[in-house]
Design a protein around this ligand. Sequence first.
Ligand SMILES: C[S@@+](CC[C@H](N)C(=O)[O-])C[C@H]1O[C@@H](n2cnc3c(N)ncnc32)[C@H](O)[C@@H]1O
Length: 197
Amino acid sequence: MSKPPRHPLSASALFIREWLRRPNQIGAIAPSSRHLGNAMARWLPADPDDLVVELGPGTGAITQALMAHGLKASQLVAIEKSPELVAVLRERFPAISIITGDAREMAALLREHGRGEHRVGAVMSSLPLRQFKEEFTRSLADAIRRLLRPGGCWVQYSYHLGNSGQHGSEKFHLRCSDIVWRNLPPARVSVYQKHAA
Ligand SMILES: C[S@@+](CC[C@H](N)C(=O)[O-])C[C@H]1O[C@@H](n2cnc3c(N)ncnc32)[C@H](O)[C@@H]1O
């Protein structure tokens, strides 16, 4: 399923190198913990025909958790902006479709890669939204809402532990919002559900 990375740098070292290069794009100082991955994976769709789209997978800690919770490789598409991280992800998860690109272009990227017609049951996002301008986050939230099937969930974590929603999340139903303390730093996982049609 997942192979140990053959990259000369460990996942943590690679992560720090990327963070030093592009701190606002990476938005964290360490890869996500297994506890955070498990908290995200709880929200995988029950229907095995639903596609799951992962945004900003980084070094693949959340990807690993999703697979460990039974998600099939064919059910997952990951979109990552950093070409260096994409190279590592492709080596680590050869069976998963990993697209280099900007999450905001998710619909067009899925179409280009032949997945435009699939029903999307969940979007799992590690994107550092608090580093982005409000306008960017709102257009991202709209793109996620258009992509999801009715009742599908956008699962987003944030290092901002206060309970305020993300820009654009007002158009969703807040299903759950919990803090995962065993992560560096602790993170809040929020689950925004698209209203039924
Ligand atoms: C907080 S890090 C992800 C950490 C990841 N959970 C891990 O354990 O490695 C955020 C990731 O989002 C990616 N990213 C930032 N902006 C993006 C965008 N507009 N589109 C796609 N990926 C983006 C960054 O390159 C980075 O890999």
